[in-house]
Design a binder for this molecule. Structure first.
Ligand code: G6P
Length: 545
């Protein structure tokens, strides 16, 4: 078996000599191309055949996966080993969706009884709120839920609540994350304190944005309903139970989770409470089951049939071997509008690292920039650059075969046609001759053809992957999120980095804390760098300070 260095060198050599560089020819010369370059899990199909890879590429990527010990490390993660070495923690978001009935142990003790106890408490609470038996302080049913959290305590539930809108039969859900007072002000505008429940969601219960918004929400409730109302209008989700206590939230309204759940992997924990309130405990269970189904597939399927493995290997190929700096995630699904933003945290906070697990500088590159918007909207905005710009940006398309609007089937067929047309266009492109012929067939005169045709050329050979599934139901959303979590894991093993810490966000937080008194009083500004001092002074003078 080659070493990791040898496996990477072999991939680099293959990229310039062995990988296909004419995708039209690759399809034309190989009827089995699609068959060799896709994988399925039940209704879910991942097609990577439009990427510039062949079976030799796959073999070399498999060799790299073996040299990087991806499977061994995967098994260590599932087994509850402390693979997050810099924080000395296990990584067990998979235990939160473990539907097997089997134990999952950390340091010799089974965590499943705690996991199931919190799930049961969340279900009781959700039933009470949804049925109107747990009311506001005046006895009125809760009509609106406001989740106050940021990062992993916001992006997951906000994304999932929107994604599963057709399944909502609970209170309306709102999300406040930004410390910008505009966010909470706009959200509370129009809500009635008597019928509003706040969830204060913070793993650490120290995050300044969340604590500031929670205090503002608390005053809003107290001013309208009195101090005694806090216990009926607040609940909390955290791993820091002692800190929640001090906020005045009763114990039976505090839902815990554990340090082995990373913030960006926490949607499966009590952080998912807004989703459970919106769709009910049973459908939340379906969401967990979807995650579990993907976990089993990730652990059991051979590499080429394994969706997370293949998504990760092709992702690495594009980023580290082909050197493409970003990837676009384009769900042809309006309800997945927040998926790209969710994946930005999942992927970029996990794999945006400059050192390896052993603290050495990363040799080469680590994770790409992840971005995107739903299709078809993106087509009318930034797709120009993806088709004809000078950077190559691999695209990941997601689309459901069926919508929740059977009466609008024509819309959905248009959506599917657009999605599949984009990947075909990126792959095949259009030659100068084709552009000229097309113009001639429309009666354009020869001189105009010569002038304009070069602008109508598409290089083609632009890679994309497509994920097609039956319908975006809770189970499928669970599969999609777990698929992306594991792809991030696979890529991290190939880069040799720890995907589960996030030291890179610390410095800005520390500096903001130190700068707050300077902004408030102006004192100490002169000790800052010239730009920062001048910016503070300008803002202070504009605000009349
Ligand atoms: O849930 P919290 O402890 O409030 O943390 C919220 C977020 O803040 C941090 O800055 C981290 O970068 C994120 O990973 C985390 O999700």
């Amino acid at each position: 078996m080659p070493s990791k260095t040898e496996a990477i060198a072999a991939l680099r050599a293959h990229a310039s000599t062995g990988a296909p560089n004419d995708m039209r020819a690759a399809f034309a010369s190989d009827e089995g191309r699609f068959a060799a370059h896709h994988a399925v899990l039940d209704d879910m199909l991942l097609d990577w055949s439009k990427c510039r890879v062949n079976t030799e590429t796959l073999g070399l990527l498999e060799a790299l996966a073996a040299a990087s010990k991806v499977e061994e490390r995967r098994d260590r993660m599932f087994a509850g080993e402390r693979i997050n070495a810099t924080e000395d923690r296990a990584v067990l978001h998979t235990a939160l969706r473990n539907r097997s009935g089997e134990a999952v142990t950390v340091d010799g003790s089974d965590v499943m009884s705690d996991v199931n106890a919190v799930l049961a408490a969340m279900a009781d609470f959700s039933h009470g709120i949804r049925a109107g038996t747990l009311t506001g302080s005046n006895g009125g049913a809760i009509t609106d839920v406001v989740n106050i959290g940021i990062g992993g305590s916001d992006l997951g539930p906000a994304m999932a609540v929107l994604a599963l809108a057709p399944y909502h039969d609970g209170p309306g859900c709102h999300f406040v994350s930004n410390v910008d007072g505009a966010h909470i002000a706009d959200t509370l505008d129009g809500l009635d304190p008597a019928t509003t429940l706040f969830i204060v969601a913070s793993k650490t219960f120290t995050t300044i944005e969340t604590m500031t918004n929670a205090k503002t929400a608390r005053s809003w409730v107290v001013n309208a309903l009195g101090e005694a109302a806090v216990s009926s209008h607040f609940c909390a989700v955290s791993t820091a139970l002692d800190k929640v206590d001090a906020f005045g939230i009763p114990e039976d309204r505090i839902f815990g989770f554990w340090d082995w759940v990373g913030g960006r992997y926490s949607l499966w924990s009590a952080i998912g409470l807004p989703l459970m309130l919106a769709i009910g405990p049973e459908k939340f269970g379906d969401f967990l089951s979807g995650g579990y189904a993907m976990d089993r597939h990730f652990r059991e399927a051979p590499t080429r049939e394994n969706l997370p493995m293949m998504l990760g290997l092709i992702g690495y190929w594009h980023r580290a071997i082909c050197d493409y700096p970003s990837r676009a995630v384009i769900p042809y699904d309006q309800r997945l509008a927040r998926l790209p933003v969710y994946l930005q945290q999942l992927d970029m906070e996990s794999n945006g690292k400059g050192v390896t697990v052993t603290g050495e500088p990363v040799d080469g590159v680590s994770g790409p920039v992840v971005w995107g918007e739903p299709g078809t909207n993106g087509q009318h905005a930034f797709f120009q650059l993806i088709h004809q710009g000078t950077d190559i940006i691999p695209v990941e398309f997601l689309v459901a075969a069926n919508s929740h609007e059977p009466g609008l089937r024509h819309h959905h067929d248009l959506l599917l046609a657009n999605c599949f047309a984009q990947s075909a266009a990126l792959m095949a492109g259009r030659t100068l001759e084709e552009a000229k012929a097309q113009m001639a067939s429309k009666g354009v005169d020869g001189r105009a053809i010569d002038e304009i045709a070069p602008h109508r050329v598409f290089s083609g050979n632009r890679p994309s992957l497509t994920l097609v599934y039956d319908k975006l139901d809770p189970f499928t959303l669970g599969r999609i999120i777990a698929l992306y979590e594991h792809r991030v894991f696979v890529e991290a093993q190939l880069y040799g980095i720890n995907a589960f810490d996030q030291w890179g966000v610390e410095l800005g937080k520390e500096l903001a804390t130190a700068l707050l008194p300077v902004v408030e009083t102006g004192e100490g500004a002169s000790e800052r760098d010239g730009s920062t001092a001048a910016l503070v002074a300008h803002a202070r003078s504009l605000s009349g300070k």
